[in-house]
Write a protein that binds this ligand. Structure first.
Ligand SMILES: [Mg+2]
Length: 255
């Protein structure tokens, strides 16, 4: 399963890289949700290949109409192009993400073509980055950490006050990539120690990344500190290199 998902993500990534410089016909699906011809190219490729490789496994994909209720049993979640906004502006922070969920994520792949980075994880079997096993070992606290966070138009006043304002006032520095896959890569590479995505994300934004971080020895929680239930399309997430910095962030955000 993991090998097939990697192969499909790599093909989609190559197809996306080939069209990034073209006129992508960018338009808004809804406020703040940009979609381009590239998302559609990747969608068609991944959908066809997943249907062939795993014909009996339901697919929940960003670029299709999905049922409000997630499938029962095992299913695949796909972000055909994570980071459409940076992609469409010629930036390098964009990814293809595919995960299998069965109650919780069991397999996950994040491919960042412009970074030449491939992250793969399987429950109970660890996480690799370009084939090298990743083991998070940071013991940094927030004052020494670079914090990854998404700043977007979906954040409410409470998110801005509790998380953006309070945490960025303590962290060494705060950065925002507008690409969950790239943010997970930075955490796994030890560049950041904490990543918060408070609102606007969906299950396909976080399934592969949460599994990768947990398999690397980090933590994946909701932003209120509770475990992720994996029963909802819309999600928030707190990923951290160690439980200490996650707890510290939650304490500061609680005020
Ligand atoms: Mg997308």
């Amino acid at each position: 399963m993991l090998a097939r998902l990697i192969e499909i993500a790599k093909r989609a990534g190559a197809a996306l890289a080939a069209v990034q410089a073209e006129d992508l016909g960018a338009r808004y699906k809804s406020r703040g949700q940009l979609v381009t011809r590239a998302d559609e190219v990747s969608h068609a490729l991944i959908e066809a290949q997943l249907a062939q490789a795993f014909p009996d496994v339901p697919r929940v994909m960003e670029e299709q109409a999905n049922e409000a209720r997630l499938p029962a049993g095992a299913y695949l979640v796909v972000d055909e192009l994570d980071g459409t906004i940076p992609f469409s502006r010629g930036m390098r922070e964009w990814a293809v993400m595919i995960a299998r969920i069965d109650g919780r994520p069991t397999h996950g792949v994040i491919y960042l073509p412009a970074w030449e980075t491939l992250i793969a994880a399987e429950a109970g079997r660890g996480c690799t980055l370009n084939g090298e096993k990743i083991r998070l070992s940071s013991s940094r606290s927030l004052a020494d950490a670079v914090l990854g966070m998404e700043l977007n138009l979906y954040l409410g006043a409470e998110h801005r006050e509790r998380f953006v304002s309070r945490l960025s006032a303590v962290a060494l520095s705060t950065r925002c990539l507008a690409c969950a896959g790239a943010a997970v890569a930075e955490l796994l590479l030890g560049r950041t120690d904490l990543y918060l995505n408070c609102r606007g994300g969906k299950i396909w934004d976080f399934a592969a990344g949460a599994l990768a971080v947990e398999e690397a020895g980090g933590v994946a929680w909701r932003i209120d500190g509770t475990p992720i239930a994996w029963n909802s399309l819309e999600m928030d997430v707190l990923l951290a290199a160690n439980p200490h910095i996650a707890e510290q962030a939650l304490t500061i955000a609680a005020g």
